[in-house]
Ligand binder design. Sequence first.
Ligand SMILES: *Cc1c(COP(=O)(O)O)cnc(C)c1O
Length: 518
Amino acid sequence: MLNEGRQTRGTGTAAEGPDTWTGARALDQDTPLIFEQDSPGACGVDLPDGPDVANRLGGLERKGAIGLPGLAEPEVMRHYVRLSRQNYAIDIGVYPLGSCTMKHNPRLNEKVARMPGFSDIHPLQPESTVQGALELMDRLGHWLKTLTGMPAVALSPAAGAHGELCGLMAIRAAHEARGDARKVVLVPESAHGTNPATAAMCGYAVKSIPADETGRVDLAALEAMVDEDVAAIMLTNPNTCGLFERDIIRVAEAVHGVGAYFYCDGANFNAIVGRVRPGDLGIDAMHINLHKTFSTPHGGGGPGSGPVVFSDALAPFAPIPYVIERKDGDGFHLVEHVPDSEVQPFGRMKGFHGQMGMFTRALAYMMSHGSDGLRQVAEDAVLNANYVRASLADVMSQAFDGPCMHEALFDDSFLKGTGVSTLDIAKAMIDEGFHPMTMYFPLVVHGALLIEPTETESKDGLDRFIGAMRHIVERAKSGDAEHFAGAPYYAPRRRLDETLAARKPILRFEPAMQDAAE
Ligand SMILES: *Cc1c(COP(=O)(O)O)cnc(C)c1O
């Protein structure tokens, strides 16, 4: 079975060396599904028999086996360690996934998040027993408000997309409070897919704003599109082409001029933190991805966290719960109910407070950097991206002229006539030991390759990456398309049918399927 699972690995070509009996390649060892390793009854621990209690389930009790695989502890350990070795991680190497800000997660954050006072508490504990946790949330909120120049914050959203939903729900509530049912949200062509999806989820029609020839929002087109039916614009700054929207103040004026609100997708805050305060740009609501800018692990490594900051105009509609410091010096209070007052929260985003472990990590990161350190984060992220951009500009085709912010965008015109595609380049990068960059996004660029190195790469690390990219591109241009069609050669799995995997994912183990295969 192990060898069968390796079919996509290819047969022992010279590049791979001779076949092995196990199918392993030394440290790279395959592992069947955990359900396929089931030895019924095997268990990592001895449990005493349960007490004899009267059955009160009224015939609803399970009759058959529970269906969990039986394995001893060492087998479970090997299974997951082997799987982990097949995966790429920020702790292995450069992870230049544009728009994702895959930066190093400082271990200090992890240490702090594991302190029992933060990690072993429960959201239903009496408030007097979790004062430290509430203070931490208050402090984090203070940093976010100060860094963005915005007066209010909702910490509860669980990710960037959830933050967008939170922001647009506040915007909808603000319009509804005035009895003004608007129908349209404007979204630039280069936006992350979550922006139009969020607007649609809130019941708005989405209208797309074209980009100009510099990769930024076409201001004239935008000004022609805003009218009294527009509820909001959702703009990303820096945008997903890695460019600062220079006309942002005029965008804000145009939007506010018709009584609409300005939502900013702040996922790219890493490029401007400590240097630009979004509140000064006329923004009404913006989510911040703690798992990007503030270094909490993401992807397979941890949950997201997408706090939203609000302007004065939207603050009254921010969701509950939120933390306040009691005036009488009596500690902190989590506001869960708002009796008739001037604030009108639109509701809540989550059952409890939000992602406490991420709050802890993000605040540890902020406090260990300090405000000057956070400013340097942005400066170094932009410097690194421009170093990559300038070092590859002569062999690849930069999508838009001039310097970039935190990520460098290339299109695929440098591949014209080579028979090699953006996807092929990405697969070749896997063989060189790198996670590919973001591909085919943003959509405004043909065959996009979006590279975000982040500030945590050293110059040596960047030079190694640049050297590999130049080698790959030169090989593509030298007419070796056949090599690319077969890449990756050294990954645990070879070229997969990604369309099939996306459209018809098999997410459930069915024993019958296994029997039929055997
Ligand atoms: C990452 C990202 C999002 C979505 O954030 P999630 O936490 O993945 O939901 C939205 N917009 C942009 C520009 C992003 O880069």
